[in-house]
Ligand binder design. Structure first.
Ligand code: ADP
Length: 471
């Protein structure tokens, strides 16, 4: 069985979020299960791929009025072939979706070309049984397959799967882009590509693919409701018998307190001493005192509405009076960056904030903090809480999506509701627990550290889904 995945980002080449983590680990886990897996993605100006070799020099792609000559590089990681699409006018830039001036104005064409190139690769280089497209940037793949390549015998029998990592990002463009990407204007119909007056790439994936899945069982249910459906809930309810929820795994080779490259000390559930050293180093890094020994609450996040930052902001003045310290790493929307900078400036001894994207620091926070905070409004799966579990850094989460699926009362703290005060109640309870019953806290840590969210579980579920699709 062969699976070709289509994505806009994958570790270790380029990453803006959790999608890259998935595409950097699931293919290898599938390969270990005996599913031959390859990945197609763009080669951006900032991709890290010094070792890739050119395997196809000139691939000709006509897309509406445009002609592109692309070249394909290949990098193999643990038996998985990553096909990197070189197209200088579209991809050779610093930035995946945007630069400092905002989203690129030709994203509709850039990611349409990604889908087209994936199908050319399937035709010319590596024929799969399944094509699995991830999120809106790969949304047109099944649509091209159905229309542009209808009747091409190469594709007979190939099944398509569309994976939703985040329904909140849909790739919406003006109606005029259809011609630009070589699709017929008649596809602008509300049961096909049109959604509230726009061409919607995510919807294309939902409509044209044989099956759909998302990255946790709870999120698969939630997105069928108006509250979480971002306007797609009706369509998803209609396709609910072909919509599956498979919980993401995490890469324990990178995220393991016993041998974390970035952590200043190592520890395990049998010997937790190193965690205290990680905590001291983290506090020192933020110029905070180690004494008195108070719990450190960490947060690593994109600064986006989804992440529930208002809940934290609403109660920050109360939190700053707790016997606890907060260390927050994030980047994204300017208003949140400014707000959290301001909190840190107001109470530097209690609140440490670093604005930016810093992988090393994210590891050091996960290792050095006592709790990891994720108050997301919605969370398809979420990774940081799973990393936190493995590091004995107990998650405090809002009970939604993958957060609800992965955190249990014995391994962390959950709150429901939609206000900072709901979060406050849960955090207070967690802080009190830390102070009042250290033995119980340590047994929660050990229970959390023993949880297994490795990719092998997820890969088995995906392999079963592929078999179901091909049966
Ligand atoms: P999302 O994909 O919605 O951003 P996830 O929790 O699924 O959320 O994945 C986020 C990933 O990006 C995690 O691996 C997390 O550690 C990482 N991350 C997010 N923000 C930062 C940051 N500012 N610095 C370093 N890593 C970050």
């Amino acid at each position: 069985m062969r699976v070709l995945m289509v994505t806009s980002e994958a570790n270790p080449f380029v990453k803006t979020g959790g999608l890259a983590d998935v595409l950097g680990a699931l293919p290898q886990a599938l390969q270990r299960q005996g599913v031959e897996t390859a990945v197609v993605m763009p080669r951006y100006g900032n991709s890290e791929v010094h070792w890739a070799e050119r395997i196809w020099h000139q691939m000709h792609i006509w897309m509406g009025p445009h002609y592109y000559q692309v070249a394909i590089d290949q990098a193999v990681i643990d038996g998985v072939r990553y096909f990197l699409v070189n197209c200088t006018p579209l991809f050779d830039r610093w930035g995946v979706y945007s630069d400092m001036w905002g989203d690129f104005g030709d994203n509709h064409r850039r990611f349409a070309l990604l889908s087209r190139a994936a199908l050319e690769i399937a035709r010319l280089i590596w024929r799969p049984d399944i094509i699995q497209s991830h999120d809106w940037p790969a949304g047109l793949t099944a649509c091209y397959l159905r229309h542009t390549f209808a009747g091409d015998p190469t594709f007979w029998g190939i099944k398509t799967l569309f994976t939703i990592h985040n329904l909140g990002y849909q790739g919406q463009f003006g109606r005029e882009v259809l011609e630009d990407v070589g699709l017929d204007g008649s596809l602008f119909r509300s049961d096909l590509l049109a959604h509230h007056g726009s061409v919607n790439y995510l919807k294309a994936g939902l409509v044209y693919s044989h099956a759909l899945n998302t990255v946790s069982p709870t999120y698969a249910k939630e997105i069928q409701t108006p509250e979480f459906g971002f306007g797609m809930d009706g369509l998803l309810r209609a396709r609910s018998h072909e919509l599956f929820g498979i919980l993401n795994g995490v890469d324990y080779r990178q995220w393991n307190p016993e041998h974390d490259h970035y952590a200043p000390a190592h520890y395990s559930s049998a010997d937790l001493a190193g965690k205290q050293e990680c905590k001291r180093a983290l506090l020192a890094d933020f110029g905070m005192p180690a004494e008195p020994d108070w719990p450190v609450i960490g947060m690593v996040t994109r600064f986006a509405h989804q992440k529930g930052l208002e809940f934290v902001a609403e109660i920050m003045h109360k939190l700053a009076n707790e016997h606890a310290r907060f260390i927050i790493l994030g980047s994204g929307e300017r208003k949140y960056e400014d707000l959290f900078r301001w909190f840190a400036a107001a109470r530097p001894e209690k609140i440490g904030v670093r604005i930016g994207y810093d992988n090393s620091l994210s590891h050091r926070i996960t290792a050095g903090a006592d709790m990891i905070l994720m108050p997301s409004r919605y969370e398809p799966c979420g990774l940081n809480q799973i990393y936190g579990l493995r590091y004995g850094t107990l998650p405090v989460v809002r009970a939604t999506g993958g957060l609800d699926d992965t955190v249990q009362p014995g391994t962390g703290f959950k709150f429901w509701g939609e206000s900072g005060w709901d979060l406050y109640g849960s955090l207070r309870f967690a802080i009190d627990s830390w102070f009042n019953d250290r033995d119980n806290w340590q047994s929660m840590m050990r229970r959390a550290m023993a949880q297994d969210f490795s990719w092998d579980h997820a890969a088995r579920d995906y392999a079963a889904l592929y078999r179901h699709l091909l049966s």
